[in-house]
Design a protein around this ligand. Structure first.
Ligand SMILES: [Ca+2]
Length: 547
């Protein structure tokens, strides 16, 4: 995290982006002139995909030849994390480069993304700079924000908000796909990419954002029509008529042994006490902890859905090549967060274990020298880095005061000085989740939990200065990469614990200060990036979907 002080932030905001950014603004102005050097940009975002679910990342079962090729011809970040492992706030972070505690848009706040915040998102900035912009798939923030007007934010729109299903065309909120030839959500994304590429005007670079709904539970859980609640994952999906013999969603992987986590359907209190995380609401939502049998079915479907995405990636690259665009198009691939699949006796996300916070992150840059390709980069990358990185490719400066950083310098200089820790937060307090924040270094992770406030939070409630955590964890990631042995009470780790406690408090306080500056900048009418709307307490948030 960049350590911008409140004073620096306000100065940058009050001076305006053009002055503060200096030479970068000039570069932006040159970009506005439409120079031939601006690449096309495709940002692919999957939903709930764990970091290592690729062939190239060493997964034992899942085959992903096209994503593997993207990694071989680009770079793969091995230590990429989301700042917040829950769908909506994570997506807002990808759009803005801000932590949830700063942008304020989560499932447990009454704030929503507003027009002024949107103006500083990467798609809006690129559109203003002359990019032809498109959005396909799960927008994930609209129903809480623009209420049906998100389509107007892009030149091309084939998206939806909230949860889709495996066969989405009959869903009212998925009307954008009604005319698709394909019936299954992921191939519809591929078909929509073709439509977008067909629609691109000559002489303009494009920025296309594709947000897959797979392999999220709403998709894996709707492969068999009629399954719900306790019947979910009880039928082998390949027995459904339209999936019989399907090359991806048929019997693929079903002859492979799936390694179900040892704690599946087991006791959770061993890891996080019931008084901190009661679990009842999580157990109603996530299928991985019903039984070992349903967990196995869920794993097979999850693996298939990832290979389904891989096929679309293959189609995209083939299409770009056919159109002569392959050497002019940057592709970034990431996920909105990971997932627990039975580990610690739980399913789902919103906890700060690596399995939920670590994401795949690949960058394919056709201009990257050949000697730099096919590498892995182990520097810490964050979801907040995505917006400034995409903007950098477009020749545009990042908005003032964001926490993310442009990752591009790491592609040619992977060992350059960089952040040596990541700060993680969970502010989603639905489904029994407590507030959680953590500092993760290469070797250790320190996690602290604060009581669930019982409803929406306000800024004061997420300022933890002087408050006592209700639970803490310390993990030695070298000895215990699966984060199962809490070393909090181990006297040998007393110094490490105290150091990480201090660092966590410091990072937490920095975010609170940034939030205050962010809100103050809006109140003063200054600053391009400051804005939240406060919903009245009577407002019912549309689409009580979580994910
Ligand atoms: Ca998600």
């Amino acid at each position: 995290m960049r350590t911008t002080t409140r004073r620096q932030f306000l100065r940058a905001v009050s001076c305006g982006a053009a002055v503060a950014a200096g030479g970068r603004a000039l570069r932006g102005a040159q970009a506005l002139a439409g120079g031939p050097g601006r690449p096309n940009i495709v940002f692919l975002l999957t939903d709930d995909q764990r970091a290592r679910t690729f062939g190239v990342a060493g997964h034992a079962v899942i085959r992903t030849p096209h994503v593997d090729r993207l990694a071989r011809e680009g770079v793969r970040f091995t230590h990429a994390f989301v700042t917040d492992p829950t769908c909506k706030p994570s997506r807002v972070t990808c759009l803005t480069g801000l932590y949830e505690r700063v942008h304020g848009v989560g499932f447990s706040t009454r704030w929503r993304l507003d027009e002024r915040q949107w103006r500083e998102s990467y798609p809006a900035r690129m559109r203003r700079a002359g990019y032809y912009t498109g959005f396909i798939g799960k927008f994930g923030v609209e129903s809480y924000t623009f209420r049906g007007r998100a389509a107007a934010k892009f030149d091309f729109w084939r998206g939806h908000d909230g949860w889709a299903q495996f066969r989405p065309k009959k869903l009212r909120h998925c009307a954008a796909y009604a005319e698709a030839t394909e019936e299954i959500i992921t191939p519809i994304m591929g078909e929509s990419i073709e439509r977008f590429l067909d629609s691109c005007p000559d002489g303009k670079p494009f920025c296309l954002s594709v947000s897959f709904s797979a392999p999220h539970g709403s998709i894996s859980g709707s492969m068999v029509p009629g399954e719900s609640g306790k019947t979910r994952m009880t039928t082998a999906a390949h027995t459904v008529e339209d999936l019989r013999g399907h090359p991806v969603y048929g019997t693929l992987y079903r002859d492979r042994e799936v390694e179900i986590p040892a704690e599946t359907a087991g006791e959770t209190e061993r890891f996080i006490p019931k008084r901190v995380l009661p679990q009842a609401k999580r157990r109603r939502c996530y299928s991985y902890d019903y039984t070992r049998s349903t967990a196995r079915e869920h794993h097979w479907r999850y693996y298939q859905l990832i290979t389904g995405i891989d096929a679309v990636v293959g189609g995209l690259r083939k299409s770009l090549a056919r159109r002569g665009l392959a050497e002019r198009t940057v592709i970034v691939f990431a996920s909105d967060h990971g997932l627990l699949m039975g580990e610690y006796g739980m399913g789902g996300k919103s906890l700060l274990y690596d399995l939920a916070t670590r994401i795949p992150l690949l960058i394919y840059d056709p201009a990257l020298p050949k000697a730099r390709r096919g590498r892995t980069i182990d520097a810490f990358a964050l979801s907040a880095d995505i917006a400034p990185t995409l903007l950098s490719y477009a020749g545009l400066p990042p908005p003032a005061g964001i926490q993310g950083r442009d990752l591009r310098p790491l592609l040619t200089e992977p060992d350059r000085p960089w952040r040596d820790e990541v700060f993680l937060e969970n502010l989603y307090v639905g489904r029994d989740n407590p507030f959680i924040e953590a500092v993760r270094t290469r070797r250790f992770k320190y996690v602290r939990y604060f009581a669930n406030p019982g409803s929406f939070y306000n800024d004061r409630q997420v300022d933890f200065a002087g408050k006592t955590p209700v639970f803490e964890q310390l993990f030695d990631l070298r000895a215990d990469p699966m984060e199962k042995t809490n070393l909090l009470a181990d006297p040998k780790h007393r110094d490490v614990l105290n150091d990480l406690r201090r660092r966590c408090r410091k990072r937490s306080a920095e975010l609170v200060a940034l939030r205050k500056a962010y809100v103050a900048a809006r109140a003063s009418g200054r600053g391009p990036a400051a804005g939240v709307e406060f919903l009245s307490k009577k407002t019912v948030l549309p689409g009580r979907r979580r994910g």
